[in-house]
Design a protein around this ligand. Structure first.
Ligand code: SF4
Length: 299
């Protein structure tokens, strides 16, 4: 059995950065609270819990006082920082710098007044932590669009400034742009002057997809290692499945089944941007054990 790990698999820069900040904070030996799960990967979270990380939600944040709370790579809205200041909570800032920059751009756009003032439209997944953080920068003025059918709330007499969640699909973002452009055309307005399009999808996810499609197509079986909650994990797994029907998503090596490799010659392993390299290596070891046992039985 030929086993290959996709070279680009493993944490993206933002998640790696957040985990390293958490590890450094935990070295001081005090409890560190993470507001929301630090990474959409149960195994990696368990490893950090063993080092002393405690995951909390926003309700718990409001109850805590005089402690340290880590803001994960997805970022948070301004209201979180206000709560922290009121409760004497020290924020450990681990927002991905790319997300931070996007928050700042949206905040600035929300300050525009007069003729320049336009509707701030954010394309993203409802309820996603990053999206909540981005919408929070607009002081209640942002419009969330998750599907082309959501664009009805836009006022096509006014301009639009369009942003996307960093982990969205480029294809879908383009579809949203086209749908909004059609809305302006219907009123005889020029979309080029009415829409200010910001290309805010992160290359760490989007650029992986084309390479992953080729990789998935070049193997008999694909094992995709990802937490079930990971947006980019689900998106990248669907990309694998679109070219290789023998693609399996697992969150732990123990889920790998021997029958998936019967009569197969090659297996490719990949994972989400929230999947640690060590977990991918563990998946590889498990496949080696299973297929080696199978190979020996066939000798
Ligand atoms: S996907 Fe990109 S923007 Fe999101 S955390 Fe990773 S590096 Fe940052």
């Amino acid at each position: 059995m030929r086993i290959e790990v996709e070279p680009r698999s493993g944490f993206c820069f933002g998640v790696e950065n957040a985990i390293s900040i958490a590890e450094q904070a935990l070295l001081r030996g005090e409890t560190v609270y993470s507001l929301g799960s630090i990474v959409h990967n149960e195994q990696e979270v368990e490893r950090l819990v063993r080092l002393g990380l405690v995951t909390i939600d926003h309700k718990r944040l409001r109850e805590l006082k005089n402690c340290r709370v880590l803001v994960r790579a997805h970022g948070e809205p301004p209201s979180t920082y206000i709560t922290a200041a009121e409760n004497n909570i020290e924020i450990i800032e681990a927002t991905c710098p790319i997300v931070k920059r996007l928050q700042e751009r949206i905040y600035k756009a929300g300050n525009e007044t007069g003729e320049k003032m336009s509707q701030i439209v954010i394309f993203g997944k409802q309820g996603h932590a990053e999206v909540i953080g981005l919408l929070g920068q607009t002081r209640g003025k942002g419009i969330l669009v998750s599907e082309t059918t959501d664009i009805d709330v836009i006022d096509f007499n006014k301009p639009v400034t369009l942003y996307s969640q960093t982990t969205s699909s480029r294809e879908k973002y383009h579809e949203i742009y086209l749908a909004i452009a059609r809305g302006y055309k219907k009123l005889g307005k020029d979309p080029d002057t009415m829409i200010r399009l910001h290309k805010t999808i992160c290359g760490q996810v989007a650029d992986r997809e084309p390479a992953l499609l080729k990789f998935a197509d070049s193997h008999d079986v694909i094992i995709f290692v990802s937490g079930k909650e990971s947006s980019n994990g689900n998106m990248l797994f669907e990309a694998c499945r679109s070219v290789n029907s023998e693609s399996y998503m697992i969150s732990a090596p123990a889920e790998i089944e021997g029958k998936w490799f019967e009569g197969k010659e090659s297996v490719g392993i990949s994972g989400a941007t929230s999947t640690p390299k060590w977990l991918i290596n563990d998946a590889r070891k498990r496949i080696e054990e299973i297929t080696d046992a199978g190979d020996r039985a066939n000798r």
